[in-house]
Design a protein around this ligand. Structure first.
Ligand code: BTN
Length: 247
């Protein structure tokens, strides 16, 4: 993939900009990077706090050719790429919480938001990645549940080096996903990096209900299989997964 990087000092949301650019015909590989976001977006309509230089705020335009049923694997693929970068560059020990949150010691360090849009050139998928670099500006409610690269390694981060490595890994795993049996390969890479893959006791909050049980691997599409107490397998396509702790 050829990357074109467009940098902004401040922007509402790199995902919104990437969506607009994709609608206007941008090529696959366009990256929008900003030092600050004034309206950073998280999943489920939440805000992604994006103080200046406190995180890597990055969105990539993709024009995937994989079957539609495999599109959710794009976010799993991004999680795998971020996982590898954090390990290789900073020697961190991440975990991927289904589907695509990256945690260090159960604190969130990275979130991923994938969005789709129809364009004149066909379907485009925007993958937005936010990696916390600094914790100093975390609001109180985040302190207990989030961490940052600087907090973990006590060192200043070179955001350009991080970006360069991230794009390399994204290109690698995207190529794998688009290759023969790519979906299976990405599921395997994800499974090797996530303790949520099998045997984890979780509660998943869905819109109107929650499902409690033990994780039992992934469906073809990347959906999570959960075995409930009465032995039923529930397939989770989206929702907030919470690890159940023993009291
Ligand atoms: C989540 O809720 O975990 C997903 C957070 C995704 C945040 C990133 S930061 C770059 C990109 N632009 C956005 O507005 N959101 C994503």
């Amino acid at each position: 993939m050829n990357f074109t990087i467009l940098r902004f000092d401040s922007i509402d949301s790199t995902n919104t900009e990437a969506l607009n650019q994709a609608k206007q015909g941008a090529d696959e590989g366009l990256c929008i990077v900003a030092k600050q976001q004034t309206a950073g977006r998280g999943r489920h309509g939440r805000t992604w706090i994006s103080e200046k230089d406190a995180g890597l705020y990055f969105s990539l335009v993709l024009r995937p050719t994989i079957e539609n049923k495999f599109l959710p694997l794009l976010t799993l693929m991004c999680a795998v790429a971020v996982y590898d970068v954090l390990r290789e560059l900073y020697k961190l020990k991440p975990d991927i919480k289904w589907a695509n949150d990256i945690h260090i010691d159960e604190k969130k360090i990275c979130g991923i938001l994938a969005e789709m849009t129809e364009t004149k050139r066909g379907l485009a998928v925007i993958v937005g990645i936010g990696i916390n670099l600094k914790s100093s500006n975390f609001p109180l409610e985040l302190e207990a549940i989030a961490t940052s690269v600087e907090q973990e390694i006590n060192q200043e981060i070179d955001a350009d080096e991080l970006l360069e490595n991230l794009t390399k890994h994204l290109a690698k795993y995207y190529q794998i996903l688009e290759s023969e049996n790519g979906a299976e390969k990405i599921r395997r890479e994800w499974a090797n990096r996530s303790t949520y893959y099998r045997g984890k006791n979780v509660t998943v909050k869905l819109e109107n209900e929650s499902v409690t049980g033990t994780t039992r691997g992934l469906e073809e599409s990347g959906a999570l299989r959960i075995e409930t107490e009465n032995g039923e397998i529930k397939i989770i396509h989206a929702g907030e997964v919470e690890r159940l702790r023993k009291i």
